[in-house]
Design a protein around this ligand. Structure first.
Ligand SMILES: [Zn+2]
Length: 220
């Protein structure tokens, strides 16, 4: 285990070929946010965080945990712009889609948006890129239905309550996008507290979406 983690950290894996193994997200986990539970309990259970919270998001699923190689590949794609890693993220996303969402009908994949300045600096929106790969594979349209209208400090450095405050008024429907009566699947690279994904879902629901769920490459 330690060896390949070191290998990844040492940046010795050849471009586009991350080393195995990757860690799957396995039950038992929270029925809403997929937070893993230490012990199995029968039935549909919500974690403590979800039990006391009103979500707009129906549920979130991912095939993998955001640890080891998967986490490393996500970070490299996002921050080091290793675009050649896109198919790996796409495949991991497809694994999650097949496992959790393939039986349902989805009208569109909606990437979690990136603020324009950050998109420009990064060169691409990682969520949109991953959604495009998946959409092509599973035959579902990708619609960039959301936009960031206000710059927000990176969520990673904030606590949950701060994250929610940070997002207020930061997101809006993209011009011309109508979620009314539609079932939408939000796509992102990684899910941690869910604050961003839920803020996205809230806007889509407020504007008439009948269902919004989320799929990410990995669960933090
Ligand atoms: Zn939960």
């Amino acid at each position: 285990m330690r060896l390949w983690v070191e290998a990844v950290r040492g940046l010795i894996f050849p471009v586009g070929r991350p080393p195995r193994p990757w860690v799957r997200l396995v039950a038992p986990f929270c029925a809403r946010c997929a937070e893993p539970f230490a012990r199995h309990s029968p039935g549909n259970f919500l974690c403590r965080n979800c039990a006391g919270r009103r979500w707009a998001l129906e549920k979130v699923r991912a095939a993998y945990r955001a640890v080891g190689t998967v986490r490393e590949v996500i970070l490299r794609f996002k921050y080091e712009r290793e675009y050649s890693l896109r198919p790996w993220l796409g495949r991991w996303m497809r694994d999650g889609f097949r496992q959790y969402y393939a039986e349902e009908k989805w009208d569109a994949l909606v990437p979690v948006p990136l603020f324009r300045a950050r998109r420009k600096e990064r060169g691409f929106n990682q969520s949109a890129e991953i959604a495009e790969w998946l959409g092509h594979e599973v035959g579902i349209r990708v619609e960039e239905g959301l936009a960031r209208v206000r710059e927000t400090p990176p969520q990673a450095r904030l606590r949950r309550s701060e994250r929610l405050r940070n997002l207020r008024g930061a997101l809006a429907l993209a011009p011309g996008f109508d979620p009314k009566g539609r079932r939408l699947l939000l796509c992102d690279d990684v899910f941690t507290t869910g604050a961003t994904a839920d803020a996205c879902a809230r806007i889509l629901k407020q504007n008439g979406a009948v269902e919004v769920a989320a799929l990410t490459v990995a669960r933090g």
